[in-house]
Design a protein around this ligand. Sequence first.
Ligand code: NAD
Length: 343
Amino acid sequence: MTTLIGAGLAVDVQAGAGAHAHAPDAAYRAAGANTTPDHPAGRTEVVISVQPPTPAEAARLREGDITISFLQPNLERELVEVLRDRGVTSFSLDLLPRVTRAQAADALSSQALVAGYRAVVEAVHRLPKFLPMFTTAAGTVPPAKVLVLGAGVAGLQAIATARRLGAVVEAYDVRAAAKEEVRSLGAKFVELDLETQDGVYAQAQSETFLERQRELIAERVAASDVVITTAAVPGRTAPVLVTADMLKTMAPGSVVVDLAAESGGNVTASVAGEDTWVGDVLVHGARNMPSSMPAHASKLYARNVANLLLMMTSDGEVRPDLDDEVLGGCCLTHAGELRRELP
Ligand code: NAD
C-alpha cells in the first residue's frame, strides 16, 4: 500500500478486504488509502484481486482498464471472453514468466511457499505421532518418516519444514535439477529407475510412465508415516502418484496431504477441502492453503502485486509496456485481443 502510494498512485481498498488477514480498514486508511463499501470496478483504472473477477464484475471494467489476479485462463473461459471484448488489459499472475527479473512479482512461488509449509502443519496436526526423535526415561521414540513427492517450490518448503520439526525426510521429483535441491535441505532423494526430465518445468508424463512410477515408489509410500504430494504439470491435470491400494500398505494412523487436490489430485482418494479415511490412513485434500495462513500469504501477495504494478508505473501513471518480457509474458488480453492461445 505505502509502496503504491509512494509511486504516486491513489488506492481504494474494498471495505473488509483485509479482515480475514487481521488487517482492519483503519490500517489501510492510516497508510493513505480510501476504503470503499463496494467493488471499486467502474471508477478505477487498475483492479487488483486474488481470485479472478466474476464475468459480471469484469463487465463493469472500462476499455483500457487494467486488472491483475490469478486469472486461471484455462478454467475461466467466459471471463477471458468478457475481458477481451471489453478491451481490458488483463494480467494473470499464473502466466508470469519464471525469469530472474520477475521473481519479486512471482506470486505463484510465494503462495506455493505458504502451501508447502502449511501442508506439513496440516499433516502434523493429524498425525498421532511425534515428528522428532525423543530419548526419554520411558524409552526412545524414533523420528517420523516423511515422503515428499514433487520438489518444486511447495515441495522444497515442505521438506524444509518437516526437517525443522525433526522428521527423517525423503523426496522424489521427475526433474533432474530437483535432486541437488532436495539434498541441500538435508533430505534423501529417492532414486527411481525412470527417465528424468531437464528444465525448470515438468512436462506431461505418459500413463505408462506414471504406472511404472507408482510401482517403484510404492515401497517408499508404505514405509512413510506422512506423505505430502505436490506434483504438478503447468496447465494440466495433476498426475496420479498414489492409489488407494498404495495407501492401504501404510501403517495405521499415517497421514497423506495432497496439495494437488484442487487440480485433479496426486492421490486418487483425495477430495479438496476434506479429510478422507482409506482404511486407517487419513488423506487430507488441500484447498486454497494460502487462505489458512492469511497474514503472511496476503503480505507476500501484496508485495508481489505491488512489484508488478511498479514495473508498469512511471510518474504516477500506469502504462504497461507489453514488449517487456515480464509484462508481455503475463498479459492475457489487451485492446480487444487474446494474446495467447488457450488449450
Ligand atoms: P509446479 O507447481 O508446476 O510442480 C511441482 C513439482 O512437481 C515440480 O517440481 C515438478 O517437476 C513436479 N512433478 C511433476 N510431475 C511429477 C511426477 N510425476 N512425479 C514427481 N514430481 C513431479 O512447480 P513449481 O513449484 O511452480 O516450480 C517448478 C520449478 O520452477 C522449481 O524448480 C522452481 O525452483 C522453479 N522456479 C524458478 C523460478 C525463477 O524465477 N527462475 C521461479 C519459480 C520457480
